[in-house]
Design a protein around this ligand. Structure first.
Ligand SMILES: [Zn+2]
Length: 572
């Protein structure tokens, strides 16, 4: 059995994601998961919300809610939207889960035992009024560069200058506004990544099949300047995984939590345990995906992410795993993406610019977005969403090519032969040519899908739809019918069967439309067209069907203009 573990970069909890986030990890990961399931592989597809860190605390404070409550609510919102987009996670977990807490503490304990943790004393700003240390974003003051009076401790939003909290003039707590601040010593844990540099380097070098986009980013971080630097893995915050050495307390680290970058990728593993726990399965069920001593040595592990996440996944998370000295599964292949831009600028969560996942579903069903986003995935370079392009792609590919084929074939058959696969006639040279053509194209499609070439896959799928349309146009059963009804019956028999084949091939891209097509064809037969000729006989003579509802409505110019206007500004 072919076993494939797939993880999508986990979205941060503090808001609804935009379409650029979606196409950068979750959606192509879903495409790959659905394809591999359709080909009979055993798939574990994992995603989760990334819930710890300062931005979650600040977003909760802004919403006037305790952070745990805020995260629980936002988790439900994100899970619901993911579900409505057809993202077929086996489990959508939460990095704040008890499973992740325990695993993160376990990894920290193992790294300490193996000599990869260093305790470092640092100076940090402490607020007497708030009774706590203040991380960068919790300190505000006047920018020494431009005089802006609400500059943050890490950066001035007005002039974008990077700052240290101690640079600020008249610094104050962003929580209470108190100016009763002092600099105190505090101790933090550092992951000694530099000690693992050679091991990481050799591992990256062994990945000769990885895209250059992925390896070049990793190499840059490994070798530029001073090379790979040790990283702090703890913070003086309340919201997060409490620092522990496995299950025992860590003297001197009381009241501290792990830094979000440390626990977030461990959630890939923890979410798989969440999956097992939710189903009442024992530990072997999730360990067989993650422990090479417990069955994961035959697993292929593929990660999907935007390019900004590559350093963490090629260096920091592997350092955590390698440094543990335990046989955890390392990633086998990383599929990374460039950025999707929006109508001449960037999508921006903080600025509310672009189309967000919930807004997209308010105006059109998921399949329209899935098709456009995947067929324009930012693989080799950044790509851009424009309403004109979206309208053209939906109307041509989905409505004119695929939708029209299904509609014409089923309506014609229904009116001339009745609602069942007609008998009579036989396939001739034109049908054989079509079968040969489809066979070539389907084998190419399989190759692109297996290689995660998203755009090439969509182009090939479209050409498979086009081949059916061209056949129909050429043999014109509506004309044939007048002189030779038997031959027309044979042509329509093939075309009805082709609808089922299209449903099977298209399901990873447009699962809802695929289900509609199968439902119309009155079949649950999702078998893959390994043998195209046989597949075109799967629905036998006399098999009844119903004419499906219109699969894809065209986007009108009025709609396009209305939406372009509606989404031209920023979100409230
Ligand atoms: Zn400034």
């Amino acid at each position: 059995m072919n076993r494939i573990l797939i993880t999508s970069a986990i979205p941060y909890i503090n808001g609804i994601k935009h379409l650029g986030n979606l196409v950068g990890s979750q959606l192509p990961a879903d495409l790959f998961a659905r394809y591999n399931r359709a080909r009979g592989a055993e798939v574990m597809f994992i995603c989760a919300t990334d819930e710890h860190g300062t931005p979650a605390e600040l977003a909760a404070a802004k919403a006037g809610k305790p952070v745990a409550e805020f995260c629980a609510e936002m988790y439900d919102v994100q899970a619901d939207i993911a579900n409505r987009f057809g993202l077929s996670f086996d489990h959508f977990g939460r990095s704040s889960s008890p499973q992740n807490r325990k695993l993160t503490q376990h990894f920290a304990g193992r790294l300490k035992a193996e000599g990869y943790i260093e305790e470092v004393s640092e100076k940090q700003v402490y607020s007497n009024a708030d009774g706590r240390f203040l991380p960068d974003r919790y300190i505000e003051g006047t920018c020494p560069n431009c005089g802006y009076d609400s500059a943050r401790g890490d950066q001035c939003e007005n002039c974008t200058k990077q700052l240290d909290p101690t640079d600020l003039i008249e610094p104050r707590s962003a929580i209470s506004g108190s100016t009763d601040l002092e600099v105190r010593e505090t101790k933090h844990l550092y992951l000694r990544q530099s000690k693992l540099k050679d091991q990481l380097d050799a591992w990256i070098n062994s990945k000769t099949d990885w895209p250059v986009l992925t390896t070049s980013i990793a190499k840059k971080w490994l070798h530029d300047g001073d090379g790979l630097r040790d990283r702090g893995i703890t913070r003086d915050l309340e919201w997060g995984v409490p620092v522990k050495d496995g299950e025992t307390d860590w003297p001197g680290m009381e009241g501290k939590v792990f830094y979000v970058w440390f626990d977030a990728p461990i959630e890939y593993i923890a979410a798989t345990k969440e999956w097992a726990d939710a189903r009442g399965l024992d530990d072997s069920a999730w360990e067989s995906w993650w422990r090479t001593d417990k069955g994961a040595d035959d697993v292929r592990y593929v990660q999907f992410m935007g390019k900004d996440n590559v350093p963490f996944h090629t260096l920091s998370f592997p350092a955590t795993i390698m440094g543990s000295g335990e046989p955890w599964k390392l990633v086998d292949y990383i599929k990374s993406f460039n950025y999707l831009n929006y109508d001449g600028g960037q999508f921006s969560t903080s600025k509310g610019r672009g189309v967000f996942m919930d807004q997209a579903l308010d105006i059109l069903p998921a399949d329209y977005w899935r098709w456009w986003l995947l067929s324009h995935a930012p693989e080799t370079s950044d790509s851009e969403f424009t309403w004109e392009n979206f309208q053209a792609s939906v109307n041509k590919d989905l409505a004119d090519v695929l939708g029209n084929f299904v509609s014409r074939v089923t309506k014609f058959c229904n009116s001339k032969f009745g609602p069942a696969v007609p008998e009579g006639g036989a396939y001739g040279a034109r049908e054989e040519a079509l079968i040969a053509d489809l066979t070539t194209k389907i084998r190419a499609y399989e190759g692109h899908m297996a290689a995660m070439d998203v755009r090439k896959s969509s182009a090939e799928l479209r050409s498979i739809w086009v081949a059916g349309n061209e056949y129909l146009q050429e043999v014109a059963p509506w004309t044939t019918f007048k002189e030779n009804p038997d031959q027309a019956a044979a042509q329509i028999r093939l075309a009805l069967n082709l609808i089922r084949v299209y449903a099977v091939l298209s399901a990873p891209f447009i699962p809802t439309a695929s289900a509609q097509m199968l439902s119309g064809m009155n079949t649950l037969d999702m078998s893959w067209p390994d043998d195209v000729e046989a597949a075109l006989g799967a629905l036998p003579v006399g098999h009844e069907f119903t004419v499906p509802e219109v699969l894809f409505a065209k986007i009108t110019d009025d709609q396009r203009e209305e939406w372009a206007e509606k989404f031209s500004g920023v979100r409230d």
